[in-house]
Design a protein. Structure first.
Length: 222
């Protein structure tokens, strides 16, 4: 029977691969060279896991000691570079690969946090952080507002998936079942949000717009 450590490692590598592809696709779309594509692949695929490992004290992080993480990231970058036209035929490819990576990492992050003895609430939050870390770093390097701050149900989907894993652990459910359920919920929420434009309520007036409105009101005769 597969051990929980092996299961988490498989989820980790799966998340690394799909997030690395999302990073490579974003890099190609911004016309970066091959080195830039590989760098962004590694960043997108590994920075969420690195942040998680540093926070729970699993040092040095697995992504920096296990060559498979680098290999998977480079492989994803090269596949995207040479077969971009095929990968790009997928509908909204960056977002779909991002959703898959989000599901993998949210589940793996929560499970690893549980294994290190964190409380259920902290394990769920760390699962969410694992899911959003790589995408945030990718967007920052591309000088974009991170999707987690503007996308439809991005962090919410990661938190929901991680929470299922935590609840399953508290109830004594098999980690395989809880991980599959949590991952499916995370991916499903993110995909439906992309497809139907689901999102949380946002501010209707920015601080700058509010200031301009107040200024114009002040100038009106009373």
């Amino acid at each position: 029977m597969i051990t929980i450590e092996t299961f988490v490692r498989i989820l980790d590598l799966g998340g690394t691969f799909v997030f690395a592809i999302s990073g490579a696709l974003a890099a190609v779309n911004r016309r970066l060279d091959i080195f830039g594509i590989l760098v962004l692949s590694f960043v997108a695929g590994n920075f969420g896991g690195i942040a998680r490992d540093l926070l729970i004290g699993a040092v040095p992080p697995a992504a920096l000691t296990d060559g498979r993480y680098l290999l998977v990231s480079v492989l994803a970058g090269l596949i995207t570079y040479f077969l971009y036209s095929g990968v790009d035929r997928l509908r909204t490819p960056v977002l779909l690969f991002d959703a898959a990576g989000l599901a993998f990492f949210a589940v793996a992050g929560a499970q690893k946090a549980i294994g290190f003895g964190l409380s259920p609430v902290m394990s769920a939050l760390l699962g969410m952080l694992t899911g959003i870390g790589g995408g945030m770093t990718r967007d920052i390097l591309l000088t974009e507002i991170p999707q987690v701050l503007r996308s439809d149900l991005y962090a919410v989907a990661a938190l929901a998936g991680a929470s299922i894993v935590v609840i399953g652990d508290v109830l004594g459910v098999s980690y395989g079942v809880s991980a599959l359920t949590g991952g499916a919920l995370c991916f499903g929420l993110r995909y439906m949000a992309i497809r139907h434009g689901w999102h949380l309520p946002s501010a209707h007036l920015s601080a700058q717009g509010r200031a301009e409105t107040d200024s114009s009101n002040d100038k009106k005769p009373h």
